[in-house]
Design a binder for this molecule. Structure first.
Ligand code: GLN
Length: 499
């Protein structure tokens, strides 16, 4: 069997039988990265030596007949807004170009404890703000299915690494769709867990009430396996849920969805939905019905307000979270750039002379103006405005009230159905460059994904088919902590699609 066709489950089996070694796996992916990454730009950094060393250790343990852990020998990629101790973590921003992580994110230490091997860090829209992976300070990532298209975002590098055969699985983060939408655009599986099931310790905060880390993988089983490793309460993240850890159970993957109630929210099938996407998603409904699922039309009356609510709450939290990048505590600073010993840096605005040192205020303003890209600055300005006195009640407070209504819609609906089925994205992947001049059209890419973050419920995207070689994703949503239902239905669904 070719490594490119191997899932985590299969790989674990072959490692056990010594038909493949961890060193072979890592060498295979490193060779692919060396061949493809220049063009695809999925990785911002690659840890060749560490990964090979790690693989050797796993192989020795196999040789000794020792346990290697649930993910022993599995090469994975990590989004570059998640900390790996001793390694640079840029979050796709110039402001953190040289920032070295002081500790491991909880998800990273859990992956490593389970034997996973970290290949490197993947590209993203700056600070995870974007839907195309074009907002990175380090250049766009391309879609490996068709290199003239975007891979989606913001976890576009992770999606590209998995779909482009440069990692067996990856971690992404999802604040408004950043795991599910790139998974959809690249034809893989992406899970946004229930808020609080996965620790955010060591994730660079974008919007703290919405952020979750989750797996991106080749199939549903692999995504579930990774989720079982990274989920669970963490004393370093007070928002993690007690008893939040997910246990693998073969019953979930029995293939039985007989009687499972699937709701179709009518608000998700309206104008703006591409006809090709609609056609594929409608076929999904018929296929699942044929497997015994019960399809029910449902209504989420406040769904239409999801995007507007998200684009108030998210920037407000962004403006607060990104205040820490002040040119003094972290990363890029005009003060350092212009110190006499580095005077060749080219930034002349603040060239310090003894008589005219820049004020702290100047350092803040200039470091942030030069260090952040356009989209990040746009959101900081929007968020600061929404939180400013006199506007707080009209915008932020109102958005919080609508958020509660959106959440209540889901609570009510899940009394009648087990899961909801929707498209992941209203359109097919778009061409590189197409939406860069039009932020609103970029924001519209999130219209079906943001509500899950606002409500805190889990969602998964699985491939539903292709149009002219471009993948289309189907999204399933479930109630709080019901990832098991997502895996159950998505596992059946991917078998239908693959056959
Ligand atoms: N595309 C959305 C945004 O730009 C989602 C981002 C995310 O989930 N990190 O905000």
């Amino acid at each position: 069997m070719e490594i490119s066709d191997m899932t985590i489950k299969k790989t674990r089996e072959l490692l056990g039988k010594k038909e493949v070694s961890a060193s072979e796996l890592v060498s295979y992916y490193i060779a692919n990265i060396e061949k493809e990454n220049k063009d695809l730009n999925a990785y911002l950094s690659v840890f060749n030596d560490d990964a090979l060393k790690q693989a050797k250790k796993i192989d020795e343990r196999i040789e000794q007949g020792e346990e290697i852990g649930l993910l022993g020998g599995i090469p994975v990629a990590i989004k570059d807004n998640i900390l790996v101790e001793g390694k640079i973590a840029t979050a796709g921003s110039k402001i953190l170009e040289n920032y070295i992580s002081a500790y491991d994110a909880t998800v990273v230490s859990r992956l490593e404890a389970a034997g996973a091997i970290i290949l490197g860090k993947t590209n993203l829209d700056e600070f995870a703000m974007g839907s195309s992976c074009e907002q990175s300070a380090f250049g766009p990532t391309k879609n490996p299915r068709d290199r003239t298209y975007v891979p989606g975002g913001s976890s576009g590098g992770s999606a590209c690494a998995v779909a482009g055969d440069m990692a067996m699985a990856a971690l992404g983060s999802d604040t408004g769709g950043s795991i599910r939408q790139p998974a959809s655009f690249c034809g893989i599986v992406g899970l946004k867990p229930t808020y609080g099931r996965v620790s955010r310790f060591g994730l660079m905060a974008m919007a703290s009430s919405l952020d979750q880390i989750g797996p991106m993988a080749k199939n549903v089983y692999d995504a579930a396996l990774i989720f079982s490793v990274i989920s669970g309460q963490d004393e370093n993240d007070a928002t993690t849920l007690p008893e939040g850890s997910f246990e693998m159970d073969d019953k979930i993957f029995s293939g039985d969805i007989n009687g499972l109630k699937i709701g179709l929210p009518k608000e998700y099938f309206i104008e703006g939905l591409d006809d090709n996407v609609r056609g594929i998603i409608e076929k999904s409904v018929k296929d699942l019905e044929a497997r015994g699922a019960v399809i029910k039309p449902v209504s989420l009356p406040h769904a239409a307000n999801g995007l507007a609510t998200y684009y108030l709450i998210m920037p407000a939290e962004v403006s607060a979270n990104l205040a820490r990048y002040d040119g003094i505590r972290y990363g890029y600073s005009v003060a350092r750039e212009n110190s006499p010993s580095q005077s060749s840096s080219g930034h002349s605005a603040l060239r310090a002379s003894d008589s005219m040192r820049p004020s702290v205020w100047d350092i803040f303003v200039e470091s942030r103006s030069q260090g952040f890209g356009d989209e990040v600055r746009r959101r900081i300005i929007l968020g600061t405005f929404a939180l400013s006195s006199g506007y707080y009640d009209a915008y932020y407070h109102k958005a919080q009230l609508v958020r509660a209504l959106i959440r209540q819609d889901f609570v009510d609906t899940f009394k009648n159905v087990d899961v909801l089925l929707t498209p992941t994205s209203p359109t097919l992947p778009f061409k590189l460059g197409d939406r860069m001049q039009d932020p609103l059209s970029m924001y519209l890419a999130d219209v079906y994904t943001v509500s899950a973050n606002l409500a805190g419920i889990p969602g998964i995207s699985v491939n539903a088919g292709n149009v002219n070689g471009l993948p289309v994703g189907c999204q399933f949503l479930a109630s709080f902590r019901r990832e098991d239902l997502l895996f159950r239905v998505a596992h059946v669904y991917e078998q239908i699609v693959n056959n």
